[in-house]
Design a protein around this ligand. Structure first.
Ligand SMILES: Cc1cc2nc3c(=O)[nH]c(=O)nc-3n(C[C@H](O)[C@H](O)[C@H](O)COP(=O)(O)OP(=O)(O)OC[C@H]3O[C@@H](n4cnc5c(N)ncnc54)[C@H](O)[C@@H]3O)c2cc1C
Length: 351
């Protein structure tokens, strides 16, 4: 099912009512047996809409067997080097969209793509860039590393964990970067098949002597947890640790025997203010949607910051937050996709 579209024309640019643009697949690159890259042609009229920073992602809206699905995919292309926008999608076992993309998408297909977003980007500093990628987590990390080497004088290091050699995406491209940028780039591969799962000791060894860097971590949740803990234990300040989570933190089901503390939630979005009864277990984003509001959202893992809003009355708790810093949280900002209200009434204001 396609979403209703009321095209907005800016010169020749067409953006539908949900903010998606139709982009043609220019190239399909089989990276490994389980991963494929799609290169999109971005029309001149949409060039500024799709300008992005290394580490950001786009949201795809796909119609599969009559149902609509949205998924986020990070750009693997380095914006400073390649003019085209490329995403790389790894099969998720039993996953719907990732397998569909790997099996079905062909050159010439048109996909609905929302503009780039995300805060997993290079910061304005000359500190070294130390990155950790696990499996498909290489996608934004490859873009970050490549951009660092191409557009700055900073040094970059990559710790890259995979199950086995056949699952290593961008193996040759990484070797090329090492050749071209010699002393400025180092990659250390970790293969579970040979080395077992990544241990804290392995990470500690990798960062030894490199604590004053900017750290970027993307991969499966257990891998990210190990890396983050080692970095924190080593005294790396939180603001220098950048995390991008691909998987959704599951909202725990509400206990049916426990009466919900929250009775109603008031949500202000644009010129609309709605007070809705609260259904136990729902996030603020779900509550806004049930109230009929078109609340902004994208990754729904608490990573991208698209859905942020401010709790101006009452209280709430976040299940996961990789988007907001401590000062913003202290000011009441929350990622609504990962936030449960905790007081009898709550008032939330979208920017
Ligand atoms: C910011 C961001 C950037 C991302 N970038 C990338 C990227 O660059 N490359 C990439 O490959 N991925 C990326 N992802 C992940 C991507 O968005 C999808 O989540 C991923 O492709 C899986 O989608 P899917 O439809 O194939 O799986 P889904 O169908 O959503 O399933 C996901 C998993 O849940 C399991 N599952 C599904 N239904 C059930 C159920 N009822 N009960 C139990 N288990 C179930 C499946 O077995 C599967 O393992 C990114 C995610 C985010 C948030």
């Amino acid at each position: 099912m396609e979403t209703a579209t009321t095209p907005r024309h800016d010169a020749t640019e067409v953006i539908d009512a949900d903010g998606f643009t139709s982009l043609r697949v220019k190239q399909v690159i089989r990276e490994t047996a389980d991963a494929v890259s799609l290169v999109f042609g971005v029309p001149e009229a949409s060039a500024s809409t799709f300008r992005y920073q290394a580490g950001q992602f786009v949201t795809l809206r796909l119609s599969i067997d009559g149902a609509e699905h949205r998924r986020c995919y990070s750009m693997s292309s380095p914006p400073d080097v390649e003019p085209d926008l490329r995403i790389t999608v790894k099969r998720d076992r039993d996953g719907l969209v990732s397998n569909w993309i790997n099996d079905k998408v062909a050159v010439g297909d048109v996909l609905h793509v929302a503009p780039p977003e995300g805060r997993f980007v290079l910061t304005a500093t000359d500190r070294d860039v130390v990155t950790f990628a696990g499996g498909s987590g290489i996608t934004p990390v490859f873009s970050l590393v490549h951009s660092t080497l191409a557009a700055t004088a900073r040094r970059a290091r990559l710790f890259y964990a995979n199950r086995d050699l056949d699952s290593v995406i961008f193996r040759d491209a990484l070797a090329d970067l090492t050749d071209v940028h010699g002393g400025r780039f180092e990659v250390q591969h970790h293969l579970d098949a040979h080395d077992g799962v990544v241990s804290p000791q392995r990470i500690a060894e990798f960062i030894s002597g490199h604590h004053a860097a900017e750290f970027y971590v993307c991969g499966p949740a257990p891998f990210m947890d190990v890396v983050e803990q080692v970095l924190l234990d080593a005294g790396v300040p939180k603001q220098h640790i950048h995390l991008e989570r691909f998987s959704v933190a599951v909202v725990p089901p509400a206990d049916p025997d426990e009466p919900a503390v929250t009775e109603e939630v008031t949500i202000e979005l644009g010129h609309t203010s709605v007070t809705a009864p609260y259904r136990a277990g729902n996030t603020l984003l779900q509550t806004a949607r049930l109230a009929g509001l078109k609340a902004p959202s994208s990754c729904e893992t608490g990573s991208c910051g698209t859905c942020i809003a401010q709790v101006v009355q009452g209280s709430a708790r976040m299940l996961n937050n990789d988007a907001l810093d401590d000062d913003e949280v202290a000011d009441g900002w929350v990622v609504t996709c990962q936030t449960l209200p905790t007081s009898r009434t709550v008032r939330v204001v979208y920017d």
